[in-house]
Each structure stands twice: as C-alpha cells, then as structure tokens.
Write a protein that binds this ligand. Structure first.
Ligand SMILES: NC(=O)c1ccc[n+]([C@@H]2O[C@H](COP(=O)([O-])OP(=O)(O)OC[C@H]3O[C@@H](n4cnc5c(N)ncnc54)[C@H](OP(=O)(O)O)[C@@H]3O)[C@@H](O)[C@H]2O)c1
Length: 214
C-alpha cells in the first residue's frame, strides 16, 4: 500500500522504516522536506519525501506523527488532501509544562481528546487512534514475553478501523477496538501511564496487553 507519513521526528522515522520493511511504499512529509533527504536516500527506492500536503495526498492511508500541539494546524494545512483518507493518529496532547512526579501534563481535559479535535477540524478524514501509548522503540514487531501486545484503537469509521487494524496487526500487534472517537479520552492518557516507569526509573521497555478471559 502507498502510505503517507506526516512527521520528521523519531516516530515518523520508525513507522516509515517499519512500513518499508513490511513491503509498503512510503512518503514522509515535513514543513521542510529537505531535512528528510538523507533518510530518503538511505531508505531505498520505495521511499519518498515531500511536504505535509504531498504526503497526505500520496496514498489511501496517512500516519499522523507530529507534535501534539501542532497536530490541528498540520491537518488543517493538509485540507482536502486528507478527504476520504484513513489517518492513523499517533499524537499525544502533551503540554509544554514539565511532568509532575513523572506524570505528563496534557493540554486536553476530561471529556476531550486530541483525536476528537482533529476529527472535528477535518470531518472528511477518518481518524483512527493508534501507537500513541507505546514508545517508538517497540512500535514495530515488538518482542515481549506473553506474545503480541495490545494496540487500543478507536475512531468513527468502521471501514477505516478495519484497514488500520490490518496494518497494525501486520506490524506485530493484536487489536482491541474500543469504539468511536470518544474512546480516545481513555486511550490518550495511557501515554501518561506508559511514561511513568520511564521518568521515575528509566524503564521504557514495556507495552500494554489486555488479558482476556477465555
Ligand atoms: N516519541 C515517542 O516514542 C512517541 C510514542 C508515541 C507517540 N508519540 C507521539 O508522536 C508524535 C510525534 O512524536 P516525535 O517524537 O516523533 O516528534 P515531535 O518532535 O513530537 O514532532 C515532530 C513533528 O512535528 C512537526 N511540528 C512541530 N511543530 C510544528 C508546527 N508548529 N506546525 C506543524 N508541524 C510541527 C514537525 O514538523 P517539521 O517536520 O516541519 O519540523 C515534525 O514533523 C507526538 O505527538 C508524540 O506525542 C511519540
């Protein structure tokens, strides 16, 4: 599949490299595409780089991996290029203020989530939350005791979630679909929980798994 990846940071790179590894064609986007040229050169013939709009327009599925506070502006800048696209939203609404005793601060409050804000700003796109509550080192083909960890996803479009789930499973995860966009109010704070052992004890090698009764 052709997949656009909006993001020049580490998450954009890890997911772009993982998608290439699994056989996809990838275009990464940045406000400054020049800074992606070294990556493009090293990543091979199925890798391309362009603007955010170029990457949004590239294929039927788009990964959003930009700074949380810039996410609304980034998707608005893509405008019509995101219409009808499945948008895998990895972002977290992390505030500028530092963590408190290892607990990240968010700029969203209760009854709110970044995914819902994005969906409201670009109603023609189909946002699906994924990858927001695991560190980038474990995003692709995680190998942990107990088998594949669980990726919690949500979004308003069932077809978009099916496409997202197929892709995330290919990258080594099992899926738990938590329903519509409002479930992001529960998924996004898992990022805070995930980071606490890291900030307090420098332990970053974990992921969530849902244990189900048979
Ligand atoms: N780091 C992790 O392990 C991890 C894990 C799970 C989820 N996440 C989430 O994934 C997202 C990406 O994280 P990251 O660590 O890769 O990088 P990041 O530093 O949070 O974001 C870098 C990207 O944000 C864009 N950006 C920054 N300010 C902008 C602005 N004012 N307007 C438009 N775009 C702007 C940059 O655009 P340019 O390319 O134009 O500079 C760049 O593409 C974040 O929302 C983060 O919370 C991170």
């Amino acid at each position: 599949m052709k997949i656009g990846v909006l993001g020049s940071g580490v998450v954009g790179q890890v997911l772009a490299d993982g998608l290439l590894k699994h056989g996809h064609e990838v275009m990464r986007g940045s406000r400054d595409p020049a800074k992606l040229q070294a990556w493009r050169t090293g990543a091979g013939p199925r890798a391309q780089a362009g603007s955010f709009v170029d990457a949004a327009a590239y294929g039927p599925l788009v990964v959003l991996a930009v700074k949380g506070s810039a996410a609304v502006a980034a998707v608005e800048a893509c405008g019509k290029a995101l219409a009808g696209k499945v948008v895998l939203d990895t972002t977290n609404p992390i505030a500028e203020a530092p963590p408190v005793n290892g607990v990240l601060q968010f700029f969203t409050g209760p009854g709110d989530s970044l995914l819902e804000r994005l969906q409201a700003r670009v109603p023609a796109a189909h946002f699906v939350k994924a990858f927001s509550c695991v560190g980038n080192a474990l995003m692709i083909d995680p190998r942990l005791p107990g088998g594949p960890p669980t990726m919690f996803i949500c979004g308003n479009d069932e077809g978009a979630k099916r496409q997202a789930a197929t892709l995330v499973e290919q990258l080594g995860w099992e899926i738990e679909d938590l329903g519509a966009a409002e479930a992001a109010r529960a998924i996004e704070p898992l990022c805070m929980l995930w980071c606490i052992p890291g900030f307090r004890q420098n332990r970053w090698g974990h992921a969530f798994k849902l244990l189900r009764a048979p």
